[in-house]
Design a protein around this ligand. Structure first.
Ligand code: BTN
Length: 267
């Protein structure tokens, strides 16, 4: 069972997660984090046992069964420029894969489906939803929401083909507070490097090695219903996805309201 004390005991960072708000039940940790961001310090982590209205990207919902998953949102208020906010999603994704390596790399590898999904065995194990508020040109806050399927034994019919959990892949149950601690540690490390260098050039190669669709054809779905197929050739230093079209031209795709799918299914 998660508890504030249990989580605090596993956090060994100085910024990310230095203040913990633990809630038994909440609509969405992202919404809660946005509501308190003004009054809570930078690095506050909101964690909930369950969410009644968990949100995904593009208006989707996020299934949030209690006792099984991690539902948390990190509030960042310092040092990030609004135009760099989308890069924070990629940093979060990389941090989760690194934490999963430390937990269970020998049993199962984790990959990234740009920009915000973590994939195990071709299925989604984690999603990230980054939201922000700016005041004129300055960032008021970024909220990085992470939903990770840890000990789920099954999923509802509608998502069973595309969702998985660490338990399903490894047949082992894990202490969720341990995983929260690992993610915060990795996040703090990558965030520090990002703030030092100012872009993602330092992460590009490592990230591209994790890209589930690297050098494969993907389907790009834009919110205006436009859809086309191109080859994914990795991210650039700004975290945009480079795609190569049939005629050989290379274009960049920004995360915004774009979905990337495999040509024949989820990856
Ligand atoms: C996605 O894959 O579309 C993003 C899913 C993000 C889910 C997490 S769970 C914790 C946080 N609170 C929310 O309401 N959403 C994020």
């Amino acid at each position: 069972m998660l508890s504030e004390e249990n989580i605090k005991n596993k956090i060994h960072t100085s910024r990310c997660g230095r203040n913990i708000i633990y809630l038994q039940e909440v609509g969405s940790t992202n919404d809660y984090a946005k509501m308190v961001a003004h009054d809570e310090p930078d690095g506050t982590l909101v964690v909930a046992e369950t969410q009644t209205a968990g949100k995904g990207r593009m208006g989707r919902n996020w299934s949030s069964q209690s006792q099984t998953g991690i539902f948390m949102s990190l509030i960042l208020k310092e040092g990030i420029r609004p135009q760099n906010a989308s890069m924070i999603t990629l940093i979060a994704a990389m941090s989760v894969t690194k934490a999963l390596d430390r937990l269970c790399k020998d049993e199962i590898e984790s990959y990234i489906k740009w920009p915000n999904d973590i994939v195990m065995n071709q299925k989604k194990v984690c999603g990230i939803l980054t939201e922000m508020r700016t005041d004129a040109e300055n960032l008021e806050y970024i909220v990085v929401g992470i939903g990770l399927n840890v000990n789920n034994e099954s999923f509802e019919n509608t998502i069973t083909d595309i969702a998985t959990s660490i338990y399903i892949e490894t047949k082992k149950k894990y202490d969720r507070a341990d995983i929260i601690g690992l993610i915060m540690e990795e996040f703090e490390r990558y965030l520090g490097l990002f703030l030092e260098y100012g872009n993602l050039a330092f992460l590009k190669e490592e990230y591209n090695r994790r890209l589930v669709n690297m050098n494969n054809e993907v389907k790009i779905l834009r919110s205006c219903n436009e859809e086309y197929i191109a080859k994914s050739i990795g991210i650039n230093e700004n975290g945009e996805l480079l795609i190569c079209k049939d005629n050989g031209s290379v274009e960049t795709v920004m995360s915004g309201e774009v979905s990337v799918r495999g040509v024949y299914g989820y990856v």
